[in-house]
Design a protein around this ligand. Structure first.
Ligand code: PHB
Length: 396
């Protein structure tokens, strides 16, 4: 009996020590493990822009995965929230990501109205916002902020070049049409700016409530006006419906349809034949001939089982921007001013071609004239090389 007791005592002590040592070293390891980098992701995962949100998230994930989900040894943690493309929710969701989740970066949104709410909330805060889509001119114009960057475009950049292209194609009288909210109105204004300067006339401007997709009555009006061409902004599910309705109502082939590139971006499979031949301007095209784009498109299709689009490129570049900046600072994200200064200096090797940031933190980038051929947005030519947004009202 006595012996048995001693024996069990002898075995218990080493087990106890071993357990203690394991727990101790796990603690030491945990203490040495660097803090993760927190990235809030505010995108529409439901509603008319859900497809855009998904592409941006996929592109972001691809960029992070290429680097093993780490920058300078720090794990990158994503916290995702659905904006539903509703401006009214922007402030509350941003505050949650900044104050509760302590995000170093907040990536978002798609919708310009949501972007303005986010910027108002994030100014003077310790998080850096990276806009992977929303084009509101003011984001890198009158409302520009040191801690707000954009990897996408301004409204002006994507529509301005088409005005001159339209006149060069011989179109003098045009009807313009878009959803009635910030980005749409700014796109029409930018188109009109260069179109009128080149001698064109906008004979009618039509604004459709967002996110309405009943277009028949507007198309009937256009058919009776018989302009030389039509210029529009629609995107996502709205773009699919508009392009199909345009063909169904017999306008395709009779009145040329032009747009900023969102009209045929990520939508051509659903639009089918109705999209063929549509000309648009944008800072990306499927057929851009550089090794980065080819690899990006191949990797994206392999991972997500569908074709990449511009939205995926913008998400991918937001990921690249974070990784490059954090790595350049050897993982130190505490000093936000140093982080911002580093981001300002970076050149991003994007599938769209290399770009750097303007003083207002918007990409300086080439805008392409594109044509839909066999479901692909193909490059017709460079419409404007290295176009910089005028950043009207920005004091940075
Ligand atoms: C915007 O609201 O800024 C916006 C939305 C969808 C697009 C482009 C811009 O495709």
């Amino acid at each position: 009996m006595k012996n048995k007791k001693n024996k069990s005592c002898l075995t218990t002590i080493p087990v106890f020590i071993a357990t203690f040592l394991i727990a101790f070293s796990a603690n030491v390891l945990a203490e040495n493990k660097p803090e993760p980098i927190k990235v809030g992701v505010m995108l529409p995962f439901s509603g008319v822009y859900a497809g855009l949100g998904e592409s941006i998230r996929n592109g972001l994930k691809l960029a992070l995965q290429e680097k093993g989900n780490k920058a300078s040894g720090r794990e990158i943690q994503l916290v995702e929230v659905d904006t539903e493309a509703k401006p009214a929710r922007a402030s509350e969701l941003t505050l949650g990501l900044v104050n509760n989740d302590k995000s170093d970066f907040v990536i978002g949104p798609v919708h310009s109205g949501v972007a303005m709410g986010m910027i108002n909330t994030i100014r003077n805060k310790d998080s850096i916002m990276i806009i992977p889509n929303a084009g509101a001119n003011a984001a890198t114009g009158a409302f520009c902020q040191p801690n707000v960057f954009r990897t996408s475009f301004s409204s002006w950049q994507t529509a301005y070049p088409m005005g001159k292209e339209a006149v060069d194609m011989g179109y003098k009288k045009i009807v313009t049409l878009s959803w009635n909210y910030g980005f749409g109105k700014e796109s029409l204004a930018a188109f009109e700016e260069s179109f009128v300067a080149a001698g064109g006339e906008v004979v009618k401007k039509i604004l459709v409530p967002f996110p309405k997709t009943e277009f028949q009555s507007y198309l009937t009006q256009i058919a009776s006006i018989k302009p030389d061409a039509v210029f529009v902004f629609f995107a996502g599910g709205g773009a699919v419906k508009f392009v199909k309705d345009y063909a169904t109502m017999g306008l395709k082939g009779n009145i040329p349809l032009l747009g900023s590139g969102f009209l045929t971006e990520g939508t051509t499979t659903a639009q089918g034949k109705a999209a063929e031949g549509i000309l648009t301007t944008l800072h990306y095209a499927d057929t851009i001939d550089n090794p980065k784009n080819k690899k990006f498109r191949a990797d994206y299709s392999a991972k997500f089982n569908k074709s990449a689009d511009l939205f995926a490129v913008q998400g991918y570049d937001a990921g690249q921007l974070i990784i490059q900046a954090v790595e350049a600072l050897k993982g130190n994200t505490e000093d936000k001013a140093a982080l911002i200064e580093k981001m300002e200096q970076l050149e991003i090797d994007s599938p769209r071609g290399k770009f750097s940031f303007s003083k207002a933190h918007n990409p300086i980038q080439t805008i392409y004239l594109r044509k839909v051929v066999n479901g692909q947005n193909t490059v017709v030519k460079e419409s404007v090389t290295n176009l910089e947004d005028p950043a009207r009202g920005c004091k940075l």
